[in-house]
Design a protein around this ligand. Sequence first.
Ligand code: KIV
Length: 307
Amino acid sequence: MSITHFPGGASSSPLASPLTKVTMPTLSEMKRQGKPISALTAYDYGTSRLLDEAGIDLVLVGDSLAMVVLGHENTLAVTVDEMLHHTRAVRRGVRRALVVADMPFGSYHGTVAEGVANAVRFVKEAGAEAVKIEGPRIELVLALTEAEIPVVGHLGLTPQSVNRMGGYRVQARSVETVRQLKADALALAQAGAGALVLEGIPREVAAGITAELPIPTIGIGAGPDCDGQILVFHDLVNLTFTPPAKFVRRYGDAAALFRTAVEHYREDVEHRAFPSDEESYHLPDEVRKSLKPGRNTLTKVGVIQKA
Ligand code: KIV
């Protein structure tokens, strides 16, 4: 597969094809043409490479890393340095998809200048092509846009607000909160956000925002009417060790696959069935012959004593 490094590929249209690099303008063009955007999270080289080769349009290094990779209870504990470390790995695995890095909790909640400085690190030190921030942080989105850093907004159920929300609850279920969410979405788009993740909101609300907004929406637990969909990779393949949320569809059972493989390996080791002779290295014939008992004695691998 060859990838052109000219924005939008060799053709004048930025619409994603298997051969062209996905950029922020590609996502807008996909919305315009009604082509659904596929997105998944990834946190390492191998997974991100598989997603990219499978044609996923957007790879998000989500702060869900904190939970599914690092084993924290929620997303709040993950640090900028940890997110940078994993974003670098993902960047190395991806050639076509748009790589978006999640700004972790605390990295953009102080001054706008601190938020911009942290976002610059994701672009400069880790190769992110956009950053995602939760909530209607309009001043910050304006400043990031001014600083040439593409922004993906994130509204609705924003996991970094878990303590304020009192748990992970579906948002925007009253007239007032629906109106507020719509206003926030519009304000983010006007401030320069290039796409918007809508999480944990009623389908009807997501559909209304998607129809009204000039930028693409990417839903998770927001129904099928968004311009694209995103899931946490570990949810998709059953690697989360918890019952899935209502909106998760399991497309594979990696836990069963890995568990069976590891159990078979352990049994084979315990029964000396692994490795076999075919899976072992051997001395060349002439060396083996010259080491016959009486001439030389092989006492341990690599150490030959004269008899
Ligand atoms: O961190 C994450 O995985 C996310 C997606 C679920 C949107 O923010």
